[in-house]
Ligand binder design. Sequence first.
Ligand code: ADE
Ligand code: ZN
Length: 343
Amino acid sequence: MTDRDPNEPMTEEELHHIVHLPKVELHTHFEGMAPPAFIRGLAKEKKVDISKIFRPDGSYDYRDFWHFLEVYEAATSVLKKPEDFARLCTAVLEKSAENDVVYQETFISPDFCGGGDVGAWKEYLHAIEDAATAAERDFGITLRGIVTCIRHNGPDQARAAARCAAETAGGFITGFGMGGDEKQGKQRDFAWAFDCAREAGLQLTTHAGEWNGPQEVRDAVEDLGVSRIGHGVNAYTDIALLEMLAEQDITLEVCPGSNVFLGVFPALKDHPIQKLRDRGVNVTISTDDPPFFHTTMRQEYAALAKTFGWGEEVFRELNATAIGAAFCDKATREAITKQLERK
Ligand code: ADE
Ligand code: ZN
């Protein structure tokens, strides 16, 4: 498919149309979508003082990625009961639907929902799933969950997360993944957890190549057998790896705004997303943790259209790639594909 000529100015009408296209989003962290006002409200209700994680303007306050992970965990600490996660689910799906997202996948961690205990996890999950079903009816957005272990919590916690995933695989829970601090441990340390999830029929993704280089992405594919990679953007310097990703049909869950906000790349114009596309790698667009990175799916589309001169056909292709790589069943994929055809 040919891209529009980036030298041709994009009309306001064209841009407006692109920004409002129906969208598929594969890479979001459930708690990371929580608006700061929502978290402040819960903190007040529960009389927990987490005022130090907010700036005077009300936004989340952190210095860098590693501090972000600490602030993220402090924000999450006010989500104490299944009902809190149900309320979070309703709030975040309403926001995503306002951004025309028709299908979304989100990372949900048993570490935050019962600490890895299967019985407790099931209670959290039921509450989230009920809220997601109501949101599908009310806002027209379909959600699927990817059970996620947290790398800096280590392989033992990951095994517990995988057992939770295996016990609830099918229906709403369609995948298993890993987030957290990529600088700690190796992908292969988590092979047991990923094997357990695969045997339960779950599809696999892991964060790799956000902070580490191309070898991390290679390890993710070779040691864990994932079909998708969270970020993966630092693969761009290794041509042989890009060929492997393209040949093996691995999809990258690219989060451009997150990468720029956290300083992985200095500006969107320096982001390798165009280079990855040019090499035939499957790329998709997501927001990661939108309020933390001051972004939304509409903002991502507007920024990409302006920076790279991408027209409607590119965004339609990105969404087709995303629904093709989505961890959902055939009937859901077909239903969402129809929704994406909306003009
Ligand atoms: N957890 C939440 N957001 C994350 C990110 N961008 N990378 C790794 N772990 C995360
Ligand atoms: Zn992420």
